[in-house]
Design a protein around this ligand. Structure first.
Ligand SMILES: Cc1cc2nc3c(=O)[nH]c(=O)nc-3n(C[C@H](O)[C@H](O)[C@H](O)COP(=O)(O)O)c2cc1C
Length: 369
């Protein structure tokens, strides 16, 4: 990347990505033209919209930006027949970044689409979504096994966040796949227009799938758990819209991130902006490369201070500026201000740590009780 100081390259299954910010399957990458625009916007890799053996026909409206700023959608897979989609995507191969084609869903469908995509497009990898195939482990492993047998390129399993035991699935599927992608959108969820008492989306009862910033903590947890449970690389997706978001996924164990909702909201330049944000963060924290921070979070946990008895919130007096923000945030009424200094009433303080999250001056610290 132009002007980049840190090394942003990342490698997954031997595929080299110039930066770790990839597109995620969605309307932002539903044809060749949009994929090329994503590459021009700075994406380090291109993952296309999921195709299945038949074109989808989704009820409108399909996407709504909710009051919580996240998106709710009822889009399924590509509305273009697979042959037409593949023909259109051929123009994307001239782009210099890797191409990953997303397919779904059942074993017989991926058995048909996998070889077709490999022969016609020579993608760097094939991602397969299991969004509509239930929550049990065995049917998903069967899809992975089926696809592995019929293609030679690496295959990436895109996980949905609804599995009850994500570790069990990760361990069972790991031998048959080359990487995990976590996560797909979360749901089903519901929001609607109360003034007109009407659904936002055209789907059955207006339900949809949640994506964007609200699902970031869910995705981060699944990425961390999948990366810890088995050896195959993990690609993080869910609510990434800034360099710092991406840094968290890398630290949780992801080798790259994917972006969908932030691109729908902000346009194709978001991929490059996130990559630049990663670069700036690495530089300002004295890291030389993306690879240095992958999995750092798990490693840091071994050094964590654990409180064996109830800790006490302690005011670091030299840092306290007397702003009073902590006082206004304490629902226990345990904090007060005296002579521009925060005082803790230990009869009321429960040591929850909530106030510390609002102190910009590192003046609130939990210490051994
Ligand atoms: C409108 C829309 C359509 C989507 N279509 C697909 C799809 O076809 N295949 C798929 O695997 N994921 C699909 N997704 C899920 C995204 O790829 C991604 O996993 C999810 O939205 C979380 O990432 P985000 O918060 O960056 O959007 C879609 C998401 C949205 C918002």
């Amino acid at each position: 990347m132009k002007g980049s100081m840190a090394e942003l390259k990342t490698k997954i299954n031997g595929i080299e990505f110039p930066n770790p910010v990839l597109t995620a399957a969605g309307p932002n990458v539903r044809n060749g033209e949009l994929l090329i625009e994503a590459a021009q916007g700075g994406a380090g890799g291109l993952v296309s919209k999921t195709i299945s053996t038949v074109a989808a026909d989704d009820p409108r409206p399909t996407i709504r930006c909710l009051p919580c700023k996240s998106l709710m959608n009822c889009e399924t897979w590509a509305e273009t027949p697979p042959e037409e989609f593949i023909e259109d995507i051929k123009k994307v191969k001239s782009e210099t970044v890797p191409l990953i084609v997303s397919i779904g869903y059942k074993p017989e469908e991926v058995a048909l689409l996998g070889p077709l995509v490999e022969r016609e497009l020579h993608p760097d990898a094939i991602e397969f979504s299991v969004h509509y195939v239930g929550r049990s482990v065995e049917p998903i492993v069967e899809i992975a096994r089926t696809l592995k047998e019929v293609v030679t390129v690496p295959i990436w399993l895109k996980l949905s966040p609804n599995f009850l035991d994500i570790e069990e699935l990760a361990v069972a599927a790991s031998p048959y796949i080359d990487a995990f992608v976590a996560i797909n959108s979360f749901g089903p969820v519901l929001d609607f227009d109360p003034d007109n008492v009407s659904p936002y989306l055209g789907s059955e009862y207006g339900q949809g799938w949640l994506s964007g910033s609200s699902i970031l903590p869910i995705a981060l947890s699944i990425v961390y758990r999948v990366a810890r449970a088995q050896e195959k690389p993990v690609i993080g997706v869910g609510g990434v819209s800034s360099g710092i978001d991406a840094i968290k996924f890398l630290m949780a164990g992801a080798s790259a991130v994917q972006v969908c909702s932030a691109a729908i909201k902000n346009g194709h330049s978001i991929y490059g902006e996130i990559a630049q944000g990663i670069d700036r963060w690495l530089d300002s924290h004295n890291y030389g490369s993306v690879s240095e921070i992958i999995g750092l979070y798990g490693k840091s946990l071994t050094k964590r201070k654990l409180f064996t008895n109830k800790p006490k919130m302690t005011v670091v007096e030299e840092n306290c500026v007397g702003c009073g923000v902590c006082v206004s945030r304490c629902i226990q009424g345990a904090l007060s201000m005296e002579d521009k200094l925060c005082i803790v009433n230990y009869d009321r303080c429960i040591g929850c740590g909530f106030c510390a999250g609002f102190c910009k001056f590192n003046a609130m610290e939990l210490r051994k009780g």
